[in-house]
Ligand binder design. Structure first.
Ligand SMILES: [Zn+2]
Length: 435
């Protein structure tokens, strides 16, 4: 079985990722995060927020609404040109992106194998990726609105608000984590090309003459962060966009790519120098002055924007792939302990000895105040280890008969499977130190 198939199966089996609305046959391009998945995703987001906001003096956070005044999307160009070329198979009327030759070829081949002699395709036309909805009780053009196609627009339209309400001075950044939506023609590649996803975006505002230097800084900073989460060095790389593939307003654009099994190098994070395009455009469309006046030099200018932007689910998937390990006895997720859905799992050696269970419950309730802990009293200890290994729990704590005598427990390490006796009063420090 290919590694990716194993991970998809594990993710479902162990409560990380379920197909969206599976009960009703699913819906393409939407996935649900299960109990362990939401913990991992939250840990990823918490780590990003810590690194991008709390650890810094020059970045503040924001949470803007998903539905915005539709003029935002006209100004940003999404209404007119946030499109993919779409072509339709004339045999079965299934639609595909005209700029994905591999998928068109595969589909054409499929029909040929079915005995179809000629497989024709319609002329490509532009298909807008914005999801539409209506605000209020009347459904017409005056109430038309869009689910946001990217989170950064919420940052640009709040630039003046943040400037006037917070004690910030350029250079500074505004960070946001939130949902975005793209009506992809052909969602696919599991969590990679989805229609609803979560972005972690920073818009960093700088003086135009400092833009290049800041761009380089953020590139290095972002790579460092990905490596700090445990991604392997040889699985990530930088790739500079060709001038033809980057947005017309971007002065420079790089991807941090991840080497996904089967698909090869694909974008994990994008870092762009968006120049003064966004603030200038919103200034023009809104009629408001979005320039910045330097309090020290009195110079007035429109700041450039450096944008590092990463999708939670792409990173989530890369981390699962990198963490997945197997040997002849077991499969386990070697996640960085601070990212693991459960930090420690507590087991009574057997479930039918009230004294053991009671003691284990007290350890569980004590640790629960400090860490995310799990409980398992089903089956034998070996099976419980295997289950915890597959969700990446770094430590399993077993309460046994010796515990009742000397107040020590067995702590079993996920990666080495080695066991150690630790006294209960040291347990919190023991786990805290390793975490
Ligand atoms: Zn077809």
């Amino acid at each position: 079985m290919a590694i990716l198939d194993k991970i998809v199966a594990l993710a479902k089996r162990r409560g990380f990722v379920y197909p969206g609305s599976e009960l009703y046959g699913g819906i393409g391009g939407f996935w649900d995060y299960g109990p362990n998945g939401v913990e991992l995703a939250n840990n990823i987001k918490r780590s990003w927020w810590q690194a991008m906001v709390h650890d810094r003096e020059d970045v503040v956070g924001l949470d803007s609404a998903i539905i915005m005044n539709p003029k935002v999307w006209e100004a940003s160009g999404h209404v007119s040109s946030f499109t993919d070329p779409l072509t339709e198979c004339k045999v079965c009327h299934q639609r595909f992106r005209a700029d994905q030759p591999d998928e068109i070829e595969a589909h054409t081949d499929k029909h040929r194998h079915e005995g179809q002699k000629s497989v024709a395709w319609t002329e490509a036309r532009q298909f807008n990726l914005l999801f539409r909805t209506f605000v209020g009780p009347v459904e017409d053009n005056s109430s038309l609105a869009y689910l946001r196609g990217e989170t950064c627009q919420g940052i640009y339209v709040n630039f003046l608000n943040v400037l006037s309400s917070m004690r910030v001075r350029v250079p500074f950044g505004i960070a946001q984590i939130g949902k975005a939506f793209r009506n992809e023609v052909t969602p696919g590649k599991y969590l990679f090309r989805v229609r609803e996803f979560e972005q972690m975006e920073l818009e960093f505002f700088v003086h135009p003459r400092e833009a290049t230097e800041r761009f380089t800084y953020w590139k290095e900073e972002r790579l460092r962060w990905h490596l700090s989460l445990g991604l392997q060095k040889d699985h990530v790389r930088f790739r500079q966009h060709e001038s033809t593939e980057r947005a017309h307003y971007a002065a420079d654009s790089w991807d941090i790519e991840y080497d996904y099994p089967e698909w090869g190098w694909k974008e994990l994070e994008g870092i762009a120098n968006r120049t003064d395009y966004d603030l200038k455009t919103h200034g023009k469309w809104s009629g408001k002055d979005l320039s910045y006046s330097d309090p020290l030099t009195n110079e007035r200018y429109i700041p450039f924007v450096i944008e590092p932007s990463v999708g939670v689910s792409r990173l989530f998937l890369a981390l699962l792939i990198d963490a997945y390990k197997e040997d002849d006895k077991r499969a386990f997720l070697q996640l960085k302990p601070s990212l693991a859905p459960v930090t420690a799992a507590i087991f009574p050696l057997v479930a039918n000895k009230p004294q053991l269970v009671e003691k284990a419950r007290s350890v569980y309730h004590f640790l629960k105040k400090h860490f995310v802990v799990g409980w398992d009293d089903r089956g034998n200890i070996g099976k419980r280890y295997l289950a915890q290994d597959e969700i990446g729990t770094p430590w399993c704590v077993t309460v046994d008969y010796d515990t009742l005598k000397d107040d020590t427990v067995t702590v079993r390490d996920r990666d080495t499977t080695k066991q150690e006796r630790v006294s209960i009063d040291r347990l919190k420090e023991y786990i805290g130190a390793k975490l």
